[in-house]
Structures are given as structure tokens and as C-alpha cells.
Design a protein around this ligand. Structure first.
Ligand code: A2P
Length: 316
């Protein structure tokens, strides 16, 4: 299994199972199938609403010796309503309780966006806490304590731009070790990728297959399709693999982690086997030309009228 290394020498398996949009009732089986197929990296988040079922699947897998706890890299994420420094450890402990774990391998700040405790999702401008009132740099200080206490072996962020990362790096004691962002050939995030490499920050690619199972309200009109792209299909034919495997192999060969979501046992295995696919330099160059700077997860739900956050704050 391919791995990437943190600066302390510990490793993270490059390919993980994504669990965003994996419903309760099926997510547990997806985790079990993934572990049986060889996955040793599971990506979770409190807001996905499925950590309890994942916890049960992990517990069963450990007791049935499908995998040992210390072999499985488990990530979770702090939700936006828990950014107040007093809430951060509480949020992690709820996640640990739900997942049935004593520590997380990686805990990420899910977004650089703070919401009021009771909001969960923003329905109006009053649900936000403005960045100058509760800056993510303050939330980060509480995340640093989780690493010091050993509750999270590594800490990082998600959906952070170069500008937000730079601000965080200037004020932190412990640098973020991971930045998880949307990344695929339509959005290769080249500058962010170079910035993170220069600062020893690993990257994880979410929505690597285009997340076409997002709810309709999160979709733009006429979205392009990664899995149906004719160039991706041509490369799949030439490489003797599936279009999904082409997209995953592209992410792996670039040196990022990648977390395809599937609840289908056949596709879970197929995605894992992307690690055996070798794309030629020419195939990679062709995929690199698909860059159209297109985000499937636009972040526009954080930047509605009256919100103290803008798309410019998020991505530029
Ligand atoms: P399913 O869960 O039924 O397999 P992303 O990882 O970008 O969020 O994409 C997830 C979407 O891609 C889901 O709809 C998932 O469906 C689908 N998917 C996952 N793996 C594959 C694959 N190997 N081939 C085609 N579709 C896939």
C-alpha cells in the first residue's frame, strides 16, 4: 500500500475510504468491506452524521482481527459550530465516543468558517460568527492542545486557501500537517499544491470522482462530469482500467492522499486497485490539460447574502 510521510516520520496510507454522503444503514458495511479489501485509511467527519455506525464497524473489524487499531488511520473533522476554543476538545471527545476510539490519527478543522452553536447549517446571516469575532487562529490553538494531549496524533485543516494557510502558519505553534481540499483533473489546485509541499503540509483530495451523489441543491446547472469525460475514458481504455481508477491513479501519482467514497463493495475494491494502475507521463500530461478550475463544492452556501464570509475569503 502506498504511503505518505508526515514530518515526524509517521505515515498515512495514500488511499482512504471517503464517508461523506454514505448513509447510515450502509456506511458500516462499506467500512467493513474496505478493511477486508485492504484499506487502512478511513476519512470521517462529525457532520456526516454516520460516525456511530462507523464506530461499530471498526469495533467489529478490530475484534474479528480484520485489522488492528494501530494499522488503521482514522481521520475526523471539527464542525463549524464547535470553533469556540472551549468547544474543540468536547467536539473531539464526542467523535471519539461515536467512533469508539481512544485517539484519532488526524483531526481537521473542517472549514475556516465559524457558525453559532445552535446553527449546524446557516439559514441566515445571524447563524454565522464573523471571522474577526472568532478567528480560526483561535480555534487552531485549541486544536494544538489536542495534539499535545495525544487525543489526535496529527492535526490539520480542510478547505484552506494559500492566504488562510499563510495566516494560520504565521500565528501557530504547531503547523497544520494536512490540508484536505477538493482536487481532481478539473481542479488540480497547482499553486496550493506547491505551497503545501514547500511548507511540509500533506494534501488529501476530496471529491476525486466528482461527487455526483451530492444532493441536487448543492449542484450547479450543467456541471461537467469527470467520470463521463471522453479523455478520461480514452486513457482508461489505453491503461486497461476504469475511468474512476484513472482519476485515482492521477491523484496517487501526484503524491496526494485521495479518499473516493463508495458504498458498493465492487467499486470499493476497484478503487483500492487503482494503486496498481500506472499512468504514463503522457497520460498524466493529458489529464493535466483538463484543468478548468471547476469546483463541485463551490462553498457558496457559506457566502450567501449577509454572510460575513465571501468566496474570495474562502478560495483566494
Ligand atoms: P457508489 O457509492 O454507489 O459507488 P466522490 O468520491 O468524488 O465523492 O464520488 C462518489 C460518487 O462516485 C458516488 O456516487 C459513488 O457511488 C461513485 N463511485 C465511487 N466509486 C466509483 C467507481 N469506481 N466507478 C463509478 N462510480 C463510482
Amino acid at each position: 500500500m502506498n504511503e505518505l510521510y508526515f514530518s515526524d516520520g509517521s505515515s498515512i496510507p495514500q488511499l482512504g475510504l471517503g464517508t461523506w454522503k454514505s448513509d447510515t444503514g450502509v456506511v458500516g458495511n462499506a467500512v467493513t468491506e474496505a478493511l477486508k479489501s485492504g484499506y487502512r485509511h478511513i476519512d470521517c467527519a462529525a457532520i456526516y452524521g454516520n460516525e456511530k455506525e462507523i464506530g461499530t464497524a471498526l469495533k467489529n473489524a478490530f475484534s474479528e482481527k480484520i485489522a488492528d487499531r494501530n494499522e488503521v488511520f482514522v481521520t475526523s473533522k471539527l464542525w463549524n459550530t464547535m470553533h469556540h476554543p472551549d468547544d474543540v476538545e468536547k467536539a473531539l471527545k464526542t467523535t471519539l465516543d461515536d467512533l469508539g476510539l481512544e485517539y484519532l490519527d488526524l483531526y481537521l478543522m473542517h472549514w475556516p468558517i465559524a457558525l453559532k452553536r445552535e446553527a449546524q447549517f446557516p439559514f441566515g446571516p445571524d447563524d454565522f460568527i464573523a471571522p474577526d469575532e472568532l478567528p480560526y487562529t483561535e480555534t487552531w490553538k485549541a486544536m494544538e492542545k489536542l495534539k499535545e494531549k495525544g487525543l489526535a496524533r496529527h492535526i490539520g485543516v480542510s478547505n484552506f486557501s494559500i492566504s488562510n494557510l499563510s495566516k494560520l502558519i504565521r500565528s501557530c505553534n504547531i503547523k497544520p500537517e494536512m490540508n484536505q481540499v477538493e482536487m481532481h483533473p478539473f481542479l488540480p489546485q497547482k499553486e496550493l499544491f506547491h505551497f503545501c509541499s514547500d511548507h511540509d503540509i500533506l494534501m488529501t483530495a476530496y471529491s476525486p470522482l466528482g461527487s455526483s451523489d451530492r444532493s441536487e441543491r448543492l449542484k450547479a446547472e450543467n456541471e461537467p462530469s469527470l467520470l463521463e469525460n471522453s479523455i478520461v475514458h480514452d486513457i482508461a481504455d489505453d491503461a486497461g482500467c476504469s475511468p474512476a481508477q484513472v482519476l485515482l491513479a492521477w491523484a496517487l501519482q501526484r503524491g496526494t492522499c485521495v479518499i473516493p467514497k463508495s458504498t458498493n463493495p465492487g467499486r470499493i475494491k476497484q478503487n483500492f486497485n487503482a494503486q496498481k494502475v500506472e499512468l504514463s507521463d503522457e497520460m498524466v500530461r493529458t489529464l493535466d490539460h483538463l484543468d478548468v478550475n471547476f469546483r463541485f463544492v463551490s462553498g457558496s452556501f457559506w457566502a450567501k447574502d449577509g454572510s460575513p464570509y465571501t468566496l474570495d475569503f474562502l478560495w483566494n
